[in-house]
Design a protein around this ligand. Structure first.
Ligand code: 9L3
Ligand code: MG
Length: 132
């Protein structure tokens, strides 16, 4: 079992979403950015590395958000609360990045614009935006 870790990066009560460019079945849908934890790598170290690679920013990392989600191919997906420490996000591997309010996130979920795995966390993400 491998772990995939994703960042719920929040600023000014908005959540950062990144638009996937691959694979075909999810290209165009929006996700919390992140990627696979390498063997022997701490989850938080993996998330800092993935976000630096994908968005060219440094983040601080907090608590877990939502329940782990089992993905199809022996992968478990987890999310962590995060915030920007240095830089402005750039879509290096994604098609685009955007900041959304809780209301906008809900509308995107209802429209099927989120990757299915992340859509499970809608209520948790809305709650996180309410706290921040
Ligand atoms: N995945 C799902 N939701 C996410 C992320 C970051 C990743 N928020 C899934 C997509 C792939 C797998 O995890 O099946 C590995 O992610 P990546 O390395 O392609 O980003
Ligand atoms: Mg990724």
């Amino acid at each position: 079992m491998k772990t995939v870790v994703a960042a719920a990066i929040v600023r000014d009560q908005k959540l950062l979403l990144a638009q996937r460019s691959y694979p075909d079945d999810v290209a165009g849908l929006w996700e919390l950015p992140g990627g696979k934890v390498e063997d022997g790598e701490a989850v938080s170290v993996a998330l800092e590395r993935e976000i630096a690679e994908e968005l060219s920013v440094r983040i601080g990392i907090g608590r877990g958000v939502g329940e782990p989600v089992v993905l199809r191919d022996n992968l478990i997906l987890v999310a962590r609360h995060a915030w920007l420490v240095e830089g402005e996000p750039v879509a290096v591997e994604h098609s685009a990045v955007t900041w959304v309010s809780a209301g906008e996130l809900g509308a995107m979920a209802r429209a099927g614009e989120l990757v299915p795995a992340d859509a499970v966390w809608l209520d948790d993400l809305v709650a996180l935006l309410g706290e921040s």
